[in-house]
Write a protein that binds this ligand. Structure first.
Ligand SMILES: [Zn+2]
Length: 110
């Protein structure tokens, strides 16, 4: 699993990233994100910094790509991929989790 696969998934799967400040029904701010394949949305906790958001995005995309992997494997792979990102790759992923995407959140609410 490399950045290439992550990128391809992000672009061609049709997923949109939604930054939200509160996960209703979860209650704990320890929840970083989750993926909703039915509606093609990846929810990311807005209170995370940019670096953590990118890690969470990778994490959730790995869940989508490898549904049978457990949390530990997903998290190990996430760290490995993140460590190996070059500047451009990091920038590409940061774009998807930056504040500009907040417009999606507004669409979701209205
Ligand atoms: Zn997970």
């Amino acid at each position: 699993m490399t950045f290439k696969i992550i990128k391809r998934n992000l672009i061609y799967s049709g997923y949109s990233v939604v930054l939200i400040s509160r996960f209703r029904g979860y209650g704990k701010d320890s929840v970083k994100g989750f993926i909703a394949p039915d509606t093609l949305q990846i929810f990311i906790n807005k209170s995370l910094d940019l670096e953590e958001r990118v890690r969470t995005l990778i994490h959730e995309l790995l869940h989508d790509h490898y549904p049978k992997w457990d949390e530990k494997l997903i998290e190990n792979k996430t760290q490995e991929i993140y460590r190996n990102l070059n500047k451009e790759e990091k920038g590409f992923l940061q774009f998807f989790v930056s504040e500009d995407e907040l417009i999606l959140e507004k669409e979701l609410i209205s």
